[in-house]
Unconditional design. Structure first.
Length: 338
C-alpha cells in the first residue's frame, strides 16, 4: 500500500510522474483523469455502469497533504457507478479497475472539486490525487428479493424507458450453465413477454432500460423458468439463467392520465382477459401485472351514469379478488419451495 514516501511532495513532481507513467482514462482523452496502477487486479473483470462498488481510498493534494481517507475511519466506501453519487473522476476511474486493484488517479479540478474546491480542505481549482483500492463490485439489484440483477454493458441513449404496455424490439442471448440456448430478435409487449417465450426477468427489466442499451441480466428461477424448467431449451427445473439484452427500439404505451375513461374501460377488458389467461396457465406473476394495471387506471375514476360506475366497480372488485388469488398461489409456491 501507499506510504508517504511513495507520494510526490510538490505539484511539479506529481504532474511529471503521472505524465511519464500514467494513462488517460477519460472518455474524451483530455487528461482529466490520469491513472497509474500500483497493484494489478485478480480476475480481469471490471465494473459496469450502475454496479455497486466498494472501495478504500485516500485523497491528497498535490503537495502530499491528506484531506480524506476511508482507512482512517476503518470503513470502506460504497457507491453506485454512474449515478452522480461521487466525483466524476471516481465514476470514470473505477470503471477502469479490476477487483483487488490499487491505482493512483491524478484528477483535474473539473473532474474533482471544481472551481470552488472544498472549504478548509481543498483550494479552488485544485487538481487532486486519489489512491483507490477496488474491494468488490456487484450488479444493480432490480427486485427486492435479488431475483434480477442487471449489469450495463453498453449505455443507452436519452432518458425515456419502456413502460407496461410498451412495444419493445430487443435482441436476446440467453445462457444457462455456460450454454447458449436462446439467440434471436423478438418484439413483445412489456407485461406480456411470456407470450413470446421471454422470461419474466427480462420483461421486468425493460422499464429500467434505454434505447440502445445492452445489459446483462442475472435471473433467478423465480423470474426465469421456475420449477418447470423449459424443456424446449433443455433447461431443467430451478435453474438460474443469464440474458444479454439489447433494447433496439421501443414505443411507449399511453399512461393512464393520457387516456379518457372510455378508452380505459375498453383496454381494461383486454387486460382482464389476458390476466385470466395467465392465471389459468399458472403464470401468476404475469397475471398480477395485468390486474394491477386495471386497478391503477380505474381506482380514482368515478364514471358518468350508473352503467359506467358499475363497470368501474366490477373491474376493480374483480381485479382485487384475482390479485388475492394470485398472491395466495404465489405464497403456496414459495412455501413449498422453501
Amino acid at each position: 500500500m501507499t506510504t508517504d514516501q511513495d507520494l510526490p511532495m510538490d505539484c511539479q513532481s506529481a504532474t511529471a510522474i503521472f505524465a511519464a507513467k500514467g494513462i488517460d482514462v477519460t472518455p474524451s482523452k483530455d487528461q482529466g483523469v490520469i491513472k497509474i496502477v500500483k497493484r494489478q487486479g485478480v480476475d480481469g473483470e471490471q465494473p459496469m455502469l450502475r454496479d455497486r462498488v466498494t472501495v478504500h481510498y485516500t485523497g491528497r493534494l498535490l503537495n502530499g497533504k491528506k484531506f480524506d481517507c476511508s482507512r482512517d475511519r476503518k470503513q470502506p466506501f460504497t457507491f453506485s457507478v454512474g449515478k452522480g453519487q461521487v466525483l466524476k473522476a471516481w465514476d470514470i476511474g473505477v470503471l477502469s479497475m479490476q477487483r483487488g486493484e490499487v491505482s493512483m488517479f491524478l484528477c483535474k479540478p473539473e473532474y474533482a472539486y471544481g472551481s470552488n474546491g472544498n472549504p478548509n480542505k481543498i483550494p479552488p481549482e485544485s487538481s487532486v490525487v486519489f489512491e483507490m483500492e477496488l474491494l468488490k463490485f456487484e450488479g444493480e439489484v432490480l427486485t427486492s428479493d435479488g431475483g434480477i440483477i442487471r449489469r450495463i454493458k453498453v449505455k443507452g441513449d436519452g432518458f425515456a424507458n419502456p413502460n407496461d404496455g410498451a412495444m419493445v424490439d430487443v435482441h436476446l442471448e440467453g445462457t444457462c450453465d455456460g450454454r447458449l440456448f436462446d439467440c434471436r430478435d423478438v418484439t413483445f409487449i412489456v407485461g406480456e413477454a411470456e407470450d413470446k417465450g421471454v422470461p419474466l426477468g427480462v420483461d421486468r427489466a425493460m422499464d429500467n432500460m434505454q434505447k440502445g442499451e445492452c445489459s446483462i441480466l442475472y435471473i433467478k428461477p423465480k423470474y426465469a423458468f421456475g420449477s418447470e424448467g423449459k424443456p424446449e431449451y433443455k433447461i431443467g427445473p430451478d435453474k438460474d439463467v443469464i440474458y444479454e439484452v439489447t433494447l433496439k427500439d421501443f414505443k411507449r404505451a399511453k399512461e393512464f392520465w393520457e387516456m379518457d375513461l372510455k378508452e380505459k374501460l375498453e383496454l381494461a377488458a383486454g387486460l382482464k382477459h389476458k390476466g385470466n389467461q395467465y392465471f389459468k396457465a399458472g403464470r401468476h406473476y404475469q397475471a398480477v401485472i395485468q390486474y394491477q394495471r386495471i386497478i391503477t387506471w380505474l381506482e380514482m375514476e368515478c364514471g358518468i351514469g350508473k352503467e359506467q360506475q358499475k363497470k368501474i366497480r366490477d373491474f376493480i372488485l374483480t381485479s382485487h379478488l384475482n390479485l388475492a388469488l394470485c398472491f395466495l398461489r404465489l405464497k403456496g409456491v414459495l412455501t413449498s419451495s422453501g
